[in-house]
Design a protein around this ligand. Structure first.
Ligand code: FPP
Length: 241
């Protein structure tokens, strides 16, 4: 698809849904859908880089996903290793910087180590930020933010009347993405129409794009179509024109 002269969103956030159904349709174990889903992340990351998108946030594991069978959780927790082992040269070549959001405390030590190594290795890259949401929950993020701000008030570092939207932005897990901490476009694959506790604060004014395509089948062309659809929307931020 030709995206010349199209407005490119600065920050795209994606709920990568439908891996299990993709596998089921092929009579494969669910985890095969996740494996294929990792390949989709690679393709979309490169496409986002080509389009000069500034931030791509992908929802890899929610705080609710711990309730899945143990084998599946273990498989998901091992995926960052496969991903970075095979994709790091490409990430470096394309100047991609890796960051992550979520509660790292509960992640297995190995997973944390792999992630931190990728963050460190790419920290001086200046292109696209690939921001991975892992053990992330929007409500938990807001609760954490409230706790942090109230402690700062208690220590007299800020006054309660100084709590503004900008200040909240500075305490959220997306603070490092400034000035692009709020996604312009949120894509969810697989036909589900809900937010599932994803970036609740940050998505307040984002455009939403839902597609029936399952994440493992999601192509760069599907991604371009989402951006073309975004171009047809008029973002008014509550104003009338
Ligand atoms: C939703 O599909 C997908 C997930 C819960 C996991 C998404 C994770 C990846 C694609 C890989 C993450 C890896 C890295 C390197 C960050 P589902 O299993 O809920 O699908 P279903 O709704 O069809 O069952």
């Amino acid at each position: 698809m030709n995206l010349d002269n199209m407005k490119i969103p600065n920050h795209v956030a994606i709920i990568m849904d439908g891996n299990g159904r993709w596998a089921k349709k092929r009579l494969l174990p669910r985890v095969m859908g996740h494996k294929k889903g990792v390949e989709t992340i690679k393709k979309i990351t490169i496409r986002a880089h080509q389009l000069n998108i500034k931030v791509l946030t992908v929802y890899a594991f929610s705080t609710e996903n711990w309730a899945r069978p143990k084998d599946e959780v273990n498989y998901l927790m091992a995926l960052p290793k496969d991903f970075f082992d095979s994709f790091m040269p490409e990430l470096m070549k394309n100047n991609v910087k890796v960051t992550y959001i979520g509660n790292a405390d509960r992640l297995p030590e190995d997973t944390k180590k792999i992630l931190n190594r990728a963050v460190e290795k790419t920290q001086d890259n200046t292109g696209l930020i690939l921001n991975i949401a892992l053990n992330y929950g929007g409500r938990q993020e807001i609760v954490q933010t409230i706790q942090d701000i109230s402690q700062a008030v208690f220590r007299n570092e800020i006054k309660s009347e100084e709590i503004t939207e900008d200040l909240v932005d500075q305490y959220l897990m997306t603070q490092h993405l400034k000035p692009y901490s709020n996604p312009d476009l949120m894509i969810r694959t697989s036909g589900e129409i809900r937010l599932s506790n994803f970036l609740l604060w940050q998505l307040a004014y984002s455009e939403f794009y839902f597609t029936d395509v399952l994440w493992p089948d999601f192509s760069t062309d599907d991604f371009d179509q989402a951006i073309a659809a975004y171009n047809k929307r008029q973002r008014r931020f509550g104003k009338i024109s």
